[in-house]
Design a protein around this ligand. Structure first.
Ligand SMILES: [Mn+2]
Length: 284
C-alpha cells in the first residue's frame, strides 16, 4: 500500500502493517494463491485514497517484506507468526495477505493463543473450513477454522457459508459456532445485525475472498455461486466490528487470473475499506 501521503508520525507509527504471506500448499481445485499478495499490492496503487467516508492512508499503512513461504507448513506458519507478533508488539494492526487460508492460523496463534481473554474470529467464507483433516492434512485450508478453535480457543462467527459437509454441521453444533449462511441472507436485514452479546470483545477478522459472490471476485481456487454481494459483505463487517476491539485481519485465497484485474482490484478495495471501518470504529 502506498504511504507517500502520510506524515512522519504516521510513517513511524502506522496504524496498519500489511504482511504479504504468499503460501500455497493445499490446492484442492484451482491454484495460484501464492500470487495473491503481489496482485493485491499492485491493484492498491489504483485505489482512491478517499474511501467515501475517510482517508485510511493518513493513519499510516506500512508494508512489510513478504514472508518467505517455502518449506513445511509449520515452518512457514512460525515465520508468519513471528512477523505478526513483532508488528502487534509495536502497536500496529497486522493485515495478513494470503496465500491460502491456512496462513490465518499464524496471526491467530500470535494474537489469540495464550492470551488471557478469548478472541472471537469473524470469518467471511463460502466454506466452513471446519474439517478435521482434508486430503490427509490437518493444515489444509479446509481445516483452518477448526485448528483455530482447537489450538487457540477461539469463538467463531461465520458469514456467507454455502458449501459444507455434515461433519462440519455437527462440529458447528458441538462447538456453538455462530453463523449467518448465504441461504439465510435473503430474509435478513444486515443493517440490523450485531454479534451476540456473549461473543468475545477482541475480534480477529478473516476474509476468504471466495466468501463473496463470484460476480464480485471470481479469481479464487474454489468459487461457489450464491454468495453475499459487495455491500452486504461490507455492511456485515461494519456491523460485526461495532463496539469490539479488532486485533488484526487477513484477506486470503485470491488466485489472480490473467485478464481478470477486477478481482484483484476488488480484493485491494476490500482491504482498504476494512481499514477504513476499523479506524472509524476506533474513533479516528
Ligand atoms: Mn476458507
Amino acid at each position: 500500500m502506498q504511504s507517500e501521503m502520510a506524515g512522519r508520525q504516521e510513517l513511524e507509527n502506522p496504524l496498519f502493517t500489511v504482511i504479504p504471506a504468499p503460501f500455497e500448499a493445499s490446492v484442492s481445485y484451482g491454484g495460484g494463491t501464492r500470487r495473491g499478495p503481489e496482485a493485491i499490492l499492485a491493484a492498491s496503487q489504483q485505489l482512491e485514497t478517499w474511501d467515501g467516508l475517510c482517508e485510511p492512508l493518513l493513519w499510516g499503512i506500512a508494508t512489510a517484506a513478504p514472508v518467505h513461504c517455502q518449506g513445511g507448513v509449520e515452518e512457514v506458519l512460525a515465520r508468519i507468526e513471528a512477523v505478526v507478533g513483532e508488528v502487534a508488539a509495536r502497536g500496529s494492526i497486522p493485515v495478513v495477505l494470503g496465500g491460502e487460508h491456512t496462513v490465518s492460523l499464524a496471526p491467530l496463534r500470535a494474537l489469540a493463543r495464550g492470551r488471557g481473554e478469548q478472541v472471537g474470529i469473524v470469518q467471511i467464507d463460502a466454506h466452513a473450513d471446519l474439517r478435521s483433516r482434508f486430503e490427509g492434512s490437518p493444515y489444509s485450508h479446509a481445516c483452518v477454522m477448526r485448528r483455530a478453535i482447537e489450538e487457540c480457543g477461539c469463538a467463531l462467527m461465520q458469514f456467507g457459508v454455502r458449501a459444507l459437509c455434515l461433519e462440519e454441521v455437527a462440529y458447528r453444533q458441538e462447538r456453538g459456532v455462530q453463523h449467518l449462511d448465504a441461504r439465510q441472507l435473503p430474509g435478513i436485514r444486515i443493517d440490523d445485525f450485531s454479534l451476540p452479546g456473549n461473543f468475545p470483545q477482541n475480534i480477529y477478522l478473516s476474509i476468504d475472498v471466495d466468501g463473496l459472490d463470484p460476480s464480485v471476485i471470481r479469481a479464487t481456487g474454489t468459487p461457489v455461486p450464491g454468495g453475499p454481494l459487495w455491500h452486504q459483505t461490507l455492511t456485515f463487517i461494519e456491523r460485526a466490528l461495532r463496539g469490539r476491539r479488532i486485533l488484526g485481519f487477513d484477506v486470503v485465497e485470491l488466485a489472480p487470473q490473467q485478464g481478470d484485474h477486477a478481482s484483484d482490484f476488488a480484493a485491494a478495495q476490500l482491504v482498504y475499506s476494512v481499514m477504513g471501518m476499523i479506524g472509524r470504529a476506533m474513533g479516528r
